[in-house]
Design a binder for this molecule. Structure first.
Ligand SMILES: [Zn+2]
Ligand SMILES: [Zn+2]
Length: 213
């Protein structure tokens, strides 16, 4: 699997271009992100935009990127209504209207999304940060795209947003500890190409402590 890390500003989510045809999250600033993408591909080569969850910082640019590239947009079914809701998408916190993107594909636990070269991303439903948060696992390279569920260094996503399900977060992170992960591509901050398992275990321990388990 080939991955390009695209992060145009400090406020956008991390955006990943996978195998030159699938985008994982879209960020907020479509003009800058399209400019970055065009360093690697022609925009019409983009086939799919997968949103790890419905939050504005990951989804605001998806409408424009999808329109200009023709790429379809997918999200977990439990976050579908959240995308176009000012509170569930947290766009109000950015002083903006909710994203206008209309995902046409919905995912659920266990779905395998083909990404070319015989490779696929497995959908892991990890509610907590939002109802329909997903992580995406690519087994051949042991890579995990973790959205805002876990971050390198023992971090994890906030659970105090509209639509958060804090009672489900520990179970979600525990699911991730069962995977064999080398490369961790999270929704904010630079990716890391070593010790994915250790990083996820650190997040699990921090979260357990916070939850008093
Ligand atoms: Zn985020
Ligand atoms: Zn988020």
């Amino acid at each position: 699997m080939e991955v390009q890390y695209i992060c145009p500003t400090a406020y956008d989510s991390s955006v990943y271009l996978v195998n030159r045809k699938v985008l994982i999250d879209a960020g907020m600033n479509s003009a800058l992100i399209i400019k970055e993408l065009e360093k690697y591909i022609k925009l019409n080569e983009l086939e799919l935009i997968i949103l790890t969850h419905c939050h504005y910082d990951h989804t605001a640019a998806a409408a424009s990127i999808s329109e200009k590239s023709g790429a379809k947009v997918g999200i977990h079914k439990a976050d579908l209504e959240g995308v176009n809701d000012e509170y569930l998408s947290v766009s109000v916190l950015f002083g903006e209207k909710s994203p206008t993107v209309k995902p046409v594909i919905t995912y659920e636990e266990g779905d395998q999304i083909p990404i070319g070269n015989g490779e696929f991303l497995e959908v892991i439903h990890t509610p907590g940060h939002s109802r329909g948060s997903i992580c995406l696992y690519e087994p051949a390279s042991k890579s995990l795209f973790s959205g805002d569920t876990v971050f390198p260094g023992g971090g994890f996503g906030r659970m105090d947003f509209e639509g958060s399900e804090p009672e489900k977060m520990l179970g979600s992170v525990e699911k991730l500890t069962k995977l064999d992960v080398k490369n961790l591509y999270s929704g904010h901050g630079a990716p890391t190409d070593r010790d994915g398992n250790k990083q996820i275990m650190a997040s699990y321990r921090m979260l357990s402590m916070m939850m008093g388990v």
